[in-house]
Design a protein around this ligand. Structure first.
Ligand code: FAD
Ligand code: SF4
Length: 521
């Protein structure tokens, strides 16, 4: 054996540079399902099934092409040594493969998680083997591109990076200027459904589990029975062919309204006009270029308006590349950031959905059911509540990494720690996303079905978001004072009569006590 080509669970990319120069006669692909990747942090059953079944589909496609794959299937029982090595961690499974296969060198594409990259380097070192690390060509940019962009800048902002990429890659550009004259149609992308509601939203295409997926569902139900979530509704695309069908379905039926309703929420409507493509992209079943090109083509053919297409392109070409750049230029210290010194425990109801706060119940409930919530639910419901309550960002990070089907650390961590918790002190987003319950009342129908009143900050029916909002501003007043973008909110805080603010802060303290006490029960 010459080369052992390591393919990790989020690297299911047939166009990967790992196949350049791959010689099926001498080289072997190595893939392993290991329990450690589902248990080092807790993992939703949907997330585990998605990764494992997508890996098995990819393995089968490679084998059908005549590529030899040394593949370790996760045994149903968890005892130490079972069939095919039976080790429980990625490191142990790889050591076992090196012993058996005796490769001359290892090759891997840049992993999506710092911890995994460090582990692989260590194992190669121990085994005295060369480890070749290839750039991940799935992305438009490399971490070095981002480092160059960031070099010498006082502030990192998505907008600058995004414009640079639009120009360089000539996406939605005309004669050197942005198509339509504006770089950004954010203002038109903040619609709510109002009282009339969303009406009939075109249903997303579903993918019934095939026999491979069903076997994995059975395995996960047996082996990870205690893990959060249910598999009753598993309908995700798990192969390249199905991911392409899901893309087509989104472009045709939901992209045209994606922009306008990007930030809107509605009870028991988990998908609305969102694409549901993050998981397929994150394990590399779909190339982001294919997704962006399909959206741009819909604009060019008149099938979707510019504000929807630009809004969608910005998420992928902009945010997705940007957060990856932040991750790789800031790790490993980023993981420990806690700029707001938050140290409350994560309320237990994040794991059960059992709360009478209607917005949190809906967002967490659908998360447990499907392994999915859209961006504004993640940012302005679960994220906002945790930040304003003052939850330890590590616990928030572990929750987000566990419960979403698309969770991979390079994208989850900057979104959680930076964008939603402001734990990086403003590196990722220029101000903390903080708001009262009135924001949620405007953007959803949650408050109409809730026993709390978003307008109230004190009293039995006070909305916890509204109480915590004022308390958050008061607690961090000094820190936020220098931030121009917070000036208006701080001015309103100054206008609050002292006795009113004091009552709000007492109510916030009581709320923290109650939630912490509920955690101890
Ligand atoms: P759509 O709304 O249809 O958006 C289209 C695509 O744009 C997504 O598929 C995704 O690839 C990309 N995108 C959108 N927003 C972002 C963003 N902020 N950062 C990076 N890419 C983005 N996304 C993940 O892929 N994995 C995560 O683990 C993850 N964790 C998050 C945690 C928090 C606290 C927050 C606020 C956001 C997180 N996101 C994460 C970003 C975003 O919420 C999801 O990408 C999106 O909800 C996925 O659903 P969709 O495919 O229907 O997205
Ligand atoms: Fe959520 Fe407050 Fe509205 Fe209830 S009143 S749904 S807790 S924002």
């Amino acid at each position: 054996l010459s080369t052992l080509a390591l393919i990790l669970g989020d690297q299911l990319d047939r166009q990967s540079p790992i196949f350049e120069g791959f010689d099926p006669k001498r080289d072997v692909v190595w893939m392993a399902e290991v329990a450690g990747e589902s248990t080092h942090v807790w993992s939703h059953k949907v997330r585990t099934v998605f990764f494992l079944t997508a890996m098995r589909h990819f393995r089968d496609e490679l084998k059908a092409e005549g590529i030899r794959v040394d593949y370790r299937e996760l045994p149903v029982k968890s005892e130490g040594r079972t069939r095919v090595g039976g080790e429980e961690t990625l490191a142990a499974a790889l050591r076992d493969a090196i012993d058996r296969l005796k490769p001359l060198r290892l090759v891997v594409v840049h992993p999506g998680e710092w911890r995994v990259r460090e582990e692989l380097r260590l194992i190669a070192d121990e085994a005295g083997l060369e480890l070749v690390e290839l750039d991940d060509t799935h992305f438009y940019t490399t971490p070095d591109d981002f480092a160059r962009h960031a070099n010498g800048r006082k502030q990192l902002r998505l907008e600058f990076f995004y414009r640079e990429l639009r120009k360089r890659l000539d996406i939605l550009m005309e004669d050197g200027a942005p198509v339509g004259g504006e770089w950004n149609y954010d203002k038109e992308n903040r619609g709510a459904f109002g009282k009339k509601g969303p009406g009939k939203v075109p249903a997303a295409r579903r993918f019934k589990p095939d026999t491979t997926t069903q076997a994995v569902i059975d395995l996960v139900n047996e082996r990870f029975a205690e893990h959060p979530g249910t598999l009753d509704d598993f309908d995700w695309p798990v192969s390249v062919a199905d991911a392409r069908l899901a893309l087509k379905d989104f472009i045709r039926h939901r992209l045209p309204s994606f922009g306008e309703y990007q930030d809107a929420m509605w009870t028991a409507e988990p998908w609305l006009y969102h694409s549901r493509l993050s998981a397929a992209m994150n394990v590399k079943l779909l190339d982001p270029r294919e997704v962006v090109d399909a959206a741009v083509a819909a604009y060019e053919s008149g099938a979707a308006p510019l504000e929807a297409v630009e809004g969608f392109v910005r998420q992928i070409l902009g945010w997705r590349e940007y957060v990856r750049g932040i991750y790789w230029t800031q790790m490993p210290k980023y993981l420990e950031r806690n700029a707001l010194r938050a140290n409350e425990p994560l309320p237990n109801f994040y794991w059960t959905g059992e709360t009478d706060y209607a917005c949190l119940r809906d967002a967490i409930g659908q998360t447990l059911q499907y392994g999915y919530a859209h961006h504004i639910q993640r940012l302005m419901v679960t994220g906002l509540f945790a930040m304003m309550l003052g939850v330890d960002p590590q616990q928030v990070h572990e929750w987000y990494l566990a419960v979403y089907i698309d969770a991979v650390e390079w994208v989850e961590l900057p979104n959680t720690l930076g964008m939603s918790q402001h734990a990086d002190g403003g590196l990722m987003a220029s101000k903390p996303y903080c708001a009262t319950g009135k924001y949620l009342q405007r953007m959803s129908n949650y408050c109409a079905g809730c026993r709390y009143d978003p307008a109230k900050a004190t009293g039995d029916d006070a909305c916890p978001f509204t109480t915590l909002y004022w308390d958050f501003l008061a607690r961090h007043r000094d820190r936020l004072a220098g931030n121009n973008r917070m000036a208006m909110q701080l001015k309103n805080l100054e206008r609050k009569p002292a006795d009113e603010l004091s009552a709000i802060r007492q109510q916030a303290a009581k709320l923290r006590e109650q939630l912490a006490a509920a955690n101890d029960q």
